[in-house]
Design a protein around this ligand. Structure first.
Ligand SMILES: C[S@@+](CC[C@H](N)C(=O)[O-])C[C@H]1O[C@@H](n2cnc3c(N)ncnc32)[C@H](O)[C@@H]1O
Length: 266
């Protein structure tokens, strides 16, 4: 798929080279051991995902995952019996997810597509899920509108994006602002240049809700092991994380139900 925008191409290159959740994997790529490691790391670091994804609730329902990455959440929806569709802009991420489905003999429909321009009709899905994706795309509001467009009225969405008033952002401000002699550098510029792929954005709860105007939606902030990283691959133990206030957590999850009236496409 050709991408017309250079920033988007840069995002794609980043994730092609660093498929999500695979860094530090000691096993040869695309082997059973490789995927088992990816899954166990995720279960260890992000056990709270289950409470949002609700895998078993979507049996026989049509689910879209926007930004499948290496496919860890995706396989869980399919194992639980959902009719799954997945997109990602990164070719290597989609290839990894494909491989994973093949290993487990699971059926899913994957495509290399842009979350800002989803290749699906209006009102098609029962559930639209996206974990840590739409803050990486150039036009996050457009991706949110696409999520609502393809969702059936009464369908549910669950979208995780990064939280600006979090310990991760505070540390980034210290490291890339204060310690580099740039105390007035904005968090937006730090996030753009230093939080994973180029152009990453971070949101307040209010800004996150504003991405889904006119919908009944709520926000949950989640404290994550990434909120206190003490070395490149060393994170806060999950149990300790529970002692910290969740409102300072890096993950901001917006969950809601699509109203009968479509939102203004703007
Ligand atoms: C942090 S990873 C999250 C992946 C997966 N949801 C997970 O939790 O492991 C971000 C993903 O978003 C994808 N992405 C970024 N911009 C995108 C876009 N415009 N369209 C589709 N996928 C995009 C990247 O390729 C990458 O796989």
């Amino acid at each position: 798929m050709a991408l017309r925008s250079p920033p988007k191409e840069r995002v794609r290159q980043f994730w092609d080279q660093n498929p999500c959740g695979t860094s530090g994997n000691p096993h040869p790529p695309s082997t059973h051991e490789f995927f088992r490691w990816v899954e166990s790391e995720r279960d260890l670091r992000e056990p709270f995902i289950a409470q949002f994804a609700q895998w078993t609730e979507w049996r026989d329902q049509r689910v879209l995952e926007m930004g499948v990455g290496a496919g860890t959440d995706h396989v869980k929806f399919i194992r639980a019996g959902a009719k799954c569709f997945g997109v990602d802009v990164s070719t290597s991420s989609v290839a990894l997810t494909h491989q994973r489905l093949r290993f487990e003999d699971l059926q899913g429909k994957l495509s290399v597509s842009d979350v800002e321009d989803l290749p699906f009709p209006d009102d098609y899905f029962d559930f639209v899920y996206s974990w840590g994706v739409i803050h990486h795309t150039e036009n996050t509001a457009k991706a949110a509108r696409e999520a609502l467009r393809v969702l059936k009225p009464g369908g549910r969405f669950c979208i995780m994006i990064y939280h600006r008033y979090s310990l991760v952002c505070l540390q980034a401000k210290l490291v890339y602002g204060l310690l580099r002699g740039r105390p007035f550098r904005s968090l937006d510029s730090i996030a753009r240049d230093h939080l994973e792929s180029f152009g990453t954005k971070v949101f307040s709860n209010r800004q996150a809700l504003a991405l889904f105007p006119g919908q009944s939606a709520r926000v949950t902030n989640v404290m994550t092991p990434y909120d206190l990283r003490y070395a490149r691959h060393r994170f806060l133990p999950p149990l300790l994380g529970r002692l910290l206030p969740s409102f300072l957590g890096y993950f901001l999850v917006v969950e809601g139900t699509k109203g009968d009236r479509a939102t203004d496409a703007g």
